[in-house]
Design a protein around this ligand. Sequence first.
Ligand code: C2E
Ligand code: CA
Ligand code: CA
Ligand code: CA
Length: 278
Amino acid sequence: AIDERVTISAYSESKDATRKFNLNILNDLAESLNQQRGLYLVFQPKVILSTRKIIGAEALLRWQHPTLGEIQPDAFIPIAESTSLIKLLTEFVIARSVLEAKRLRQQGINIPISINISANNFAEPDFAEKLDYLVRDGGLQPQDIEIECLETQRILESTEALACVKALRQMGYAIALDDFGTGYSNLNYLRNIPADLIKIDRSLIENLKSDNDSRIIVESLIKMLHMLNYAVLAEGVEDRETLKYLEQYQCDIIQGYFYSPPMTLERLMSLIAAEKNG
Ligand code: C2E
Ligand code: CA
Ligand code: CA
Ligand code: CA
């Protein structure tokens, strides 16, 4: 019985510690946003598989914490998503992405920047109008920005969020469904949410090399998505062998360390310049 009590108290202490850690993270994140310090974007190219041409780039958030160093988005975005701080964070990402997309245009580079948007953002009143305002006020058009929907399941569960995605697509923004094949995502939900591009999650892609069942799943998935008229992107392509399978299955677009990791906008611009000259 004593052992049990010890375990329980250790458990609630660790829950306390987590809560405290999360609160600290939220405070520090709010502070970084406020001061516009430590938060920045990196960009990962999206590449047409058949031509190896860069057709877009995904904006990924980075945070240099004042004392803890670099913190991965997986460690702070879910915490922000559970509060209203995600609104400010997303506003920051949109504003920054618009600025960076404008810098690309000034270099004559016309690829869209993809932005990750959570279910809570879509559910916010007037989110579509706000995003559209930021884009147009920055001198850009809807086709300059692509929207990656995170947490598709949660979007489908919210009438407001779903209406927002539909409105954005009506306005001319391309819609991508992120992390397809994870969680409770199922094929039937595709009929309820409008989208142009489906991003097959890395967890499916990373098993292509080692597992025949995964190959069957991914191949059939791509075939089916094509029949439904979606463009298909494979996430997390890390090596040539995986790439070979995806070529065989006629996947449209790839993203991953094999081609390129996320990088600064400057590096992306020189990569694209080198592509043009080569
Ligand atoms: P995601 O949208 O699925 O982004 C892909 C993640 O996979 C990125 O991690 C990227 O750096 C990583 N990645 C790309 N290629 C490879 C590869 O070949 N191998 C491996 N192992 N990983 C690869 P990152 O940047 O740490 O972001 C993690 C997640 O955090 C994102 O997953 C997204 O859900 C979220 N996130 C990132 N930036 C934002 C943002 O601005 N707003 C929101 N709401 N969420 C964001
Ligand atoms: Ca994404
Ligand atoms: Ca993803
Ligand atoms: Ca992911």
